[in-house]
Write a protein that binds this ligand. Sequence first.
Ligand SMILES: Cc1cc2nc3c(=O)[nH]c(=O)nc-3n(C[C@H](O)[C@H](O)[C@H](O)COP(=O)(O)OP(=O)(O)OC[C@H]3O[C@@H](n4cnc5c(N)ncnc54)[C@H](O)[C@@H]3O)c2cc1C
Length: 422
Amino acid sequence: VTVARQLTLRHDDDAVEIVRRHLGHLVCDPAAAASPLFPGGQTAADQALSGFRVGGYARRRSNVWPDEARGASRLSPYIRHGLLQLGRVWDAVGDGPAADVGKFRDELLWQEYARHLYARVGSRTAQPLRSLPATGSWTYSQEPLPTDMACLDHVATELTETGWLVNQTRMWVASQWTVRSGHDWRAGEDWMFRHLLDGSRAANRLGWQWTIGAGTGQPYGFSRWQVERRAPSWCASCALAAACPIEAWPTTGSAVTIDGPAEIRHLPSDAEALERVAGPTSPAGDGQPDAVWITAESLGDADPALAAWPDLPVIFVFDEPLLERLQLSTKRLVFLTECLVDLAVRRNVTAVIGDPAEVLSGRSLATTFAPVPGWRRVSAAAAQLRIHPWPWLVQPTTGTVASFSAWARATRAPVAPRNAKR
Ligand SMILES: Cc1cc2nc3c(=O)[nH]c(=O)nc-3n(C[C@H](O)[C@H](O)[C@H](O)COP(=O)(O)OP(=O)(O)OC[C@H]3O[C@@H](n4cnc5c(N)ncnc54)[C@H](O)[C@@H]3O)c2cc1C
């Protein structure tokens, strides 16, 4: 039995200091600090959204370097932790150029698709879903990325220092790690997850499965060509410029189609099966809650349970046994703590460090359903729960989640017509 420690947060608390003092035993880099790019909290999330201009997004989204050439929104840490709900971001770009709005909204749908897939398949997304390489498996290895290639060195430094990468360089990492080096993607996925401020098992695993071909049968090949196109100055400064190890296209071999979990293609069409995956569609449960329990999935002011119970105190649990296993970066825990400190400007917030099942045991709480396996496990410990619906962008159905385009058809997700496949 772990002994839970409780912190009442104040709006002027220093998040880095809190992490050093109370959570330092749970991180992979105890001496590190906050991300220089992403302050946590609703206030910072609102500023990031109001500062984003979607114009030029379609053309510039995949640019890597220089920084000014990039077109990605950098909203992902706020979206991942529910400070910006997908519906709000969707509406916020409505008056931009049609092609950019269509492309950007499609990416929001990829996030929604990742959540639907994970809600349905859960921890089995750690297994290849649809295909394997011809060799049958990858060796599990913690071997880091090569440091003598300027491109990968820049990317690894950016990830560990800022906690964020553009989509393009995430694909470079995943492809180098697995398609070229033959290492098991799960070690690479764990490494990226440890550092990404937007790291979610839902989107990270989907991204890895998609890049290495485990989700589609078609691995993404990484070579010098992409670096010259997306970050031209990196090759010029590389010690291996005249002997580039990725000059040629990688041999990807052919993938073997596998069955994967049956529920990818459909769920039993009964309301109970769907509710287990998607949560309730209207507030459920009973009892008079004495606090609102918030989770890392939904830390924003618009969290449905927070909004429904404006006068109740708020509790957040740092899941000590889980964090001990994950060894996340300091930046990630500082980001979460900043979110709580910012919330403490408006609400009475207590953070507890311990085992959530023990901390919540026997309590009467209000909360928002979260479409992740951990929520189901932990929420079962509370004696009484008032459960508020998850704010889906597209309501889940019992239809297929086997691929983005099949899912989009099954849910009638509003994909921009020319982007239905990619
Ligand atoms: C190997 C790999 C790992 C990834 N891991 C994660 C992860 O852990 N968490 C995560 O949120 N995204 C992940 N992605 C998806 C994507 O790279 C990031 O969402 C995006 O780069 C975040 O930057 P942005 O906010 O500027 O994105 P933008 O391009 O501005 O897109 C806006 C939003 O759309 C969503 N989005 C964009 N692309 C994708 C995508 N391919 N899949 C799912 N959602 C998307 C994100 O919420 C993003 O914030 C991963 C992609 C790959 C290839």
